[in-house]
Write a protein that binds this ligand. Structure first.
Ligand code: P6P
Length: 325
């Protein structure tokens, strides 16, 4: 029976729209591992204050950032569910310096790069946070190693994110299709609530940290000024929350490079690439300000990138202003 009234569950969707139409079941198993893990993360996020699970671990991660307890817990959960899916050959994770190579011969293996809990600075103040996943398929017979994870975003076969907000929504993108599923906390199943997502043509919002304006270069300052003069500012400080609003309502997100962050703040492999894939499949765009995000040939697992993401026309106009100097 469907989880919530007439709506299809994620499992039913994957069966009817994927497996019944010939897509191999491996990718579906990876998506279900993400869904199962996000149910567990969602519960921990909601209960954290009550379980004294907030706050920092006292460790500093590979990013040089203070590790929140929920960061570590979320990373452990997704590594477990993905590794147990039987279809994941390797995992790259923001919280783990080196790739996790999954033991065993996984013939149709997928490679998953993830930010298990994005927006850590918002965890303790009950503001929306999220999980982000990019999914690549390993070549038949490929023995996966660190280099297997360094593929351009345009080679992704799927991408997904989960936003833990006023509701918990899993957004799944494959070539030409973006859908949203809302968690029914009673049944623990995700139900199809947003079929066929396309970024709206109109663009009411721009999302950027205006506090960085003084350290932007002149062309970028000019581009941000044009956005400020045309649109309303909405900035949560959680990439997934800001992107999800812009995906559904229209908008542009910008975290450019600046004097303090020459390569930008956000990570290419498990933030910009997956969300750039979702944006493009929903009719949007993702750029560094100078090149398409998904064209970047990665050099290292945790490299950063400037990111301009969202409504295609507005991204292209913003990039034009930056490039014009
Ligand atoms: P700032 C959260 O820590 C994060 O990685 C993204 O989710 C968010 O978009 C960005 O950093 C916020 O950065 O410098 O505006 O606090």
């Amino acid at each position: 029976m469907p989880a919530v009234g007439h709506r299809k569950t994620l499992q039913e969707y994957l069966t009817s729209e994927w497996q019944d139409k010939g897509r191999n079941g491996g990718l579906g198993a990876v998506i279900m591992a993400i869904a199962d893990g996000s149910c567990r993360v969602e519960h921990q996020v909601r209960q954290a204050s009550l379980a004294d699970a907030l706050g920092a671990t006292g460790e500093i991660n590979v990013q040089g950032e203070i590790v929140q307890r929920l960061d570590t817990a979320s990373s452990d959960i997704f590594v477990e569910t993905l590794s147990q899916s039987g279809h994941v050959a390797a995992i790259g994770c923001e919280e783990i310096e080196r790739p996790v190579i999954v033991e065993g011969d996984i013939a149709d293996g997928f490679i998953v790069l993830m930010d298990p809990l994005d927006g850590s600075s918002n965890i303790d103040v009950a503001v929306s946070i999220g999980s982000i996943f990019g999914i690549w398929q390993k070549s038949p017979g490929e023995i996966v190693n660190e280099d297997s994870l360094l593929r351009p975003g345009k080679d992704q076969v799927a991408a997904a994110y989960v936003v833990y907000g006023s509701s918990t929504v899993l957004v799944l993108a494959t070539k030409g299709n973006v859908c949203g599923f809302t968690l029914d906390t009673e049944s623990g199943a995700f139900a199809l609530t947003h079929p066929g997502i396309k970024i709206p043509a109109e663009c009411p919002y721009y999302s950027t940290n205006e506090g960085n304006n003084k350290v932007l270069d002149q062309p970028t300052q000019k581009a941000i000024t044009l956005l400020r003069n045309k649109y309303s500012q909405r900035y949560v400080g959680s990439l997934v929350a800001d992107f999800h609003r812009n995906l559904l309502k229209g908008g542009i997100f910008a975290y450019p490079a600046d004097q303090n962050r020459k390569d930008g703040r956000l990570r290419l492999m498990y933030e910009a690439n997956p969300l750039g894939f979702v944006a493009e499949q929903a009719g949007g765009a993702a750029s560094t300000g100078y090149q398409r995000i998904l064209d970047i040939v990665p050099q290292e697992l945790h490299q950063r990138t400037p990111l301009i993401l969202g409504n295609k026309d507005v991204v292209e106009d913003t990039v034009s202003v930056i490039k014009a100097g």
